[in-house]
Design a protein around this ligand. Structure first.
Ligand code: ATP
Ligand code: MG
Length: 256
């Protein structure tokens, strides 16, 4: 099952969610692949992979015909593999613009790996450009992190329009798997307000799991570790474990 973690707003917790949900699913015995579709490569470094040491990355997958098996690397987190990204991925956005089958490059590339993983999580850049369209076209599900801050809902109608457009033109199976509230601060009234506004807007699509604002979560990537390894008792670690349970339960209720 492929999930695109998408929100064109920057810094809302997409990468933190891809890495830590992925690790929490792996902790539960699932085989997980993280796909880094952001030239910033935060998911790559956050999983402890040194970008300098890489020969190829998702750029080669999308534009040079490299296979997913060639690009794939392991990580120190058991059960989590990665298709890493380096800075050069930024060029793919432009290079693909005039290419054949430009929207389905990622889908085609991931196909040979599908049977090897229970969950493939695609981390997207803060943009609705061609790379994000590729993420949405390759995926069955969309997971939207929303930060409990001012302007949280800004841009969401545009995001929903793009999802609908991809669904109609490229990927009829695409569905919103859920909306995740992130960086929730229980001491701040605004967090509560945003959370209830998002719940009103999206109803049962919003996950019960809410990711609290936690310094530990922001520190973990600099050690190249998911929160479950860096600070397993932290409330953020707990939230991502709970999210993993919910994602698995929703996935099973859809297939079963
Ligand atoms: P971008 O749009 O740039 O790719 P993003 O949506 O992937 O950003 P993250 O990189 O996951 O967002 O998070 C943005 C910043 O906030 C990072 O420094 C991250 O460590 C921090 N952060 C994410 N989630 C939390 C949290 N729950 N509590 C505290 N800090 C967090
Ligand atoms: Mg990111």
């Amino acid at each position: 099952m492929i999930y695109a973690v998408v929100n064109q707003k920057g810094g809302v917790g997409k990468t933190t969610t891809a890495v830590n949900l992925g690790a929490a699913l792996a902790e539960r015995g699932k085989r997980v692949l993280i796909v880094d579709m952001d030239a910033q490569g935060n998911a790559t470094t956050g999983l402890g992979v040194d970008r300098q040491g890489l020969e190829i990355c998702t750029y080669s997958l999308l534009t040079m015909g490299a296979t997913a098996h060639e690009v794939r690397v392991g990580t120190d987190t058991a059960g989590v593999d990665l298709l890493p990204a380096r800075m050069e991925l930024a060029a793919a956005e432009v290079e693909l613009a005039s290419a054949m089958a430009r929207e389905v490059r990622l889908r085609t590339a991931l196909d040979p790996l599908m049977q090897e993983y229970d969950y493939i999580l695609v981390d997207s850049a803060p943009s609705l450009g061609l790379l994000t369209i590729n993420s949405l076209t390759a995926s069955k599900h969309v997971l939207i992190p929303i930060q409990c801050e001012y302007y949280a809902l800004e841009g969401l109608s545009q995001l929903l329009r793009i999802i609908e457009m991809v669904k109609q033109n490229l990927n009829p199976a695409l569905e919103i798997a859920g909306v995740l509230l992130t960086m929730y601060d229980r001491r701040v009234r605004l967090s509560e307000d945003v959370a209830s506004e998002v719940r009103q807007h999206f109803g049962p699509a919003v996950f019960d799991a809410v990711v609290p604002r936690s310094v530990r979560l922001s520190e973990a990537p600099s050690y190249g570790k998911p929160i479950g390894e860096y600070a397993p008792d932290n409330r953020g670690a707990e939230a991502y474990r709970k999210l993993a349970e919910e994602v698995m339960a929703r996935a099973e209720s859809r297939t079963g």
